[in-house]
Design a protein around this ligand. Structure first.
Ligand code: AMP
Length: 396
């Protein structure tokens, strides 16, 4: 059973929490998007309400050694504002001063450590560095899904020092449960929607989920490798010729596994990759030379809507058109609307990994789906069927 915050009483305990406070800063070192801090709030507040104290550790950006612009000091006031609690800051993350600051922490107090990646030992997963971190708390809590696929000192190695005293924070627990709802415990019919630019970046995911889903919608730039492999004319659409054989193999595997693959039947084609291009609706396998398919066409949208509405569990990864250009965003928006409607009717919907997260946020669907994942790479690796080291380290 997965250990969560509810398995511990944090009264008078010091929780060493790996959070993901890798937030974007502007030129004045102000936080421009506090989503990640807000996401960690439930875990921190629960521990404080138990009567415990919190030692928060994270990385910020990609510093090369100690670099002031990546100091956690820049985010202290934002963390205080989000949590509504005073936050103490210490200008290091290991060593005597930090240990003293942690030791003197009273119940209800929060200590924020300096950027973990000021030490190269963090990413190297250095044992001694992890041991020094472990001295700071009584219970280790990992709530950073965004780095759970990395075997870094603070995400994985440090857990060794907390035998029987480690658990997932509520954010990470939610991520794990959401992925399991799709890959293990989901109500059927289960639908995966894979979009995005390239087959090559999604191939491992496709192979893994063919065993789990009933329907697979393939959209976006990936479409054309499949259509060309089947003998269709794709004009100048994006295509990976060296993946055509693989595409045919996937279609065969899907048949053998009783998975229905749904590809677009028509597309909005353009005569250049530009928002101002001339456009026309054409059949997906009859795209004239000089034209490229950049979004799903009306028949495809209607088909996708139908599949979405009959599914009880939906995973969405990757936009089905070039949604960054408004001319080609309609298909992705329509799909988001369909998923929102299905969710309202009781379907579980998970949006995760890459650009579909940006799309649902941009088009206002984030609150209308069941869960939007906070981790790009970690989500993709989970969908590929990999066991993430940060998760394994808590479960072991
Ligand atoms: P990914 O990061 O794999 O989810 O890929 C997302 C990218 O795929 C976005 O930048 C989209 O613009 C792009 N994309 C989606 N559909 C198409 C298409 N038909 N042709 C070219 N690129 C596309």
């Amino acid at each position: 059973m997965m250990k969560t915050l509810n398995d511990f009483d944090f009264k008078d305990k010091k929780a060493l929490i790996r959070v993901d406070f890798n937030v974007p800063l502007n030129d004045n070192f102000e936080v421009t998007d506090a989503t990640r801090i807000i996401s960690a709030k439930p875990t921190i507040i629960k521990i404080l309400e138990d009567g415990g104290s919190c030692i928060l550790m994270s990385h910020l950006g990609r510093p090369k050694g100690v670099q002031d612009q990546f100091s956690m000091k820049h985010i202290v006031s934002q963390v205080e504002e989000v949590l509504g609690v005073t936050v103490k800051f210490v200008a290091d993350c290991i060593g005597d001063d930090v240990e003293a600051a942690a030791a003197s922490l009273n119940p209800g107090e929060i200590l924020l450590l300096e950027n973990l990646r000021f030490y190269s030992e963090e990413k190297a997963g250095d044992q001694q560095f992890a041991e020094k971190l472990s001295k700071l708390g009584d219970i280790y809590v990992n709530d950073a899904f965004g780095t759970a696929h990395r075997a870094h000192a603070s995400t994985t190695v440090v857990a060794q020092y907390f035998e029987g005293k480690k658990c997932f924070g509520s954010l990470l627990a939610k991520e794990i449960v959401s992925i399991e709802k799709v890959l293990k415990t989901g109500e059927k019919p289960i639908l995966a929607i894979l979009g995005g630019a390239k087959v090559s970046s999604k191939i491992t995911i496709i192979e893994n989920i063919l065993d789990k889903v009933d329907h697979l919608i393939i959209g976006g730039g990936m479409t054309f490798t499949f259509i060309k492999a089947n003998g269709g004319q794709i004009g100048d659409s994006i295509c990976e010729d060296d993946k055509m054989e693989l595409a045919l193999k996937i279609i065969e595997q899907a048949k053998a596994k009783n998975v229905q693959i749904h590809l677009p039947v028509d597309v909005l084609a353009a005569n250049s990759f530009s928002n101002e291009a001339d456009t026309q609706i054409v059949d997906v396998d009859k795209i004239p030379d000089g034209w490229q398919g950049l979004d799903a066409g009306p028949k495809s949208k209607a088909n996708f809507h139908e599949v979405v509405m009959q599914s009880k569990t939906i995973l969405w990864n990757g936009p089905i058109g070039v949604f960054e250009l408004p001319t080609f965003a309609e298909g992705t928006i329509a799909l988001g609307e369909s998923i929102a409607e299905a969710t309202k009717n009781g379907t579980f919907s998970l949006v995760g990994g890459g650009d579909s997260v940006a799309a649902v946020k941009q088009f206002g669907f984030a609150d209308k789906v069941s869960y939007v994942s906070t981790g790009g790479g970690a989500m993709l690796e989970s969908l590929e069927g990999k066991v993430l080291p940060g998760i394994a380290a808590i479960n072991n």
